[in-house]
Design a protein around this ligand. Structure first.
Ligand SMILES: [Fe+2]
Ligand SMILES: [Fe+2]
Length: 192
């Protein structure tokens, strides 16, 4: 036995990745279905995976990538941020889209592909480098830092009425949550 903590930052972020995959698989099983319950469930699942990805991505960008950039692999951190940006664009399209829109399932498939590709890069390279570079106690501390950032973000999408397309267009949860969270974490936010 070692004195290593139960869950370091790699365990924590990997567990999030598995959860995203579970949600995408449930969405994939609903692809092509148009019943009222199916559409409602698609909306719920897309909102849930979006919120999960946003919290995860902001935590990575503020607590993990800067350390990767400084001490491990600058290129890898840059690529990861770029991949987050691509997924963000897809999530913003999806949040404004009605699940009954014929293009909805295709956008879900795009997001699933982007996230799975990104996860493959992180787990295949960055996470291995993190474990090689940092001591177990540093990795455990990073896990705590990631948890703290995730705790700032709401775990539910938004108080909007589901499928109120007009409201979603004006103030989508992804856009507002991202801005809010990035400001809060970086201290740029207005004092409340
Ligand atoms: Fe990740
Ligand atoms: Fe990431």
């Amino acid at each position: 036995m070692t004195a290593a903590p139960d869950r370091d930052v790699v365990d924590l972020l990997s567990a999030d990745h598995r959860e995203f995959d579970r949600l995408f698989r449930e969405l994939e099983a609903l692809s092509g279905r148009t019943g009222a319950d199916d559409l409602r469930r698609k909306r719920e699942l897309v909102d849930e995976v979006t919120i999960g990805i946003v919290r995860h991505a902001v935590a990575e960008e503020t607590q993990v990538y800067p350390r990767v950039e400084a001490e491990v692999d600058r290129e890898e951190a840059e690529r990861s941020k770029h991949e987050h940006g691509e997924a963000e664009v897809t999530m913003k399209r999806l949040e404004r889209m009605d699940p009954g829109d014929p293009a909805f399932d295709g956008e879900v498939a795009t997001l699933a592909r982007e996230i799975r590709g990104h996860v493959e890069h992180e787990e295949g390279r960055m996470f291995a480098e993190l474990r090689r570079t940092f001591a177990p106690d540093q990795l455990a501390q990073m896990a705590g830092d990631v948890e703290r950032v995730k705790a700032i973000a709401p775990t539910r999408a938004h108080p909007l009425t589901p499928n109120e397309a007009g409201v979603r267009t004006v103030l989508g949860p992804v856009a507002s949550l991202l801005d809010h969270l990035r400001d809060a974490v970086s201290g740029r936010g207005r004092p409340s």
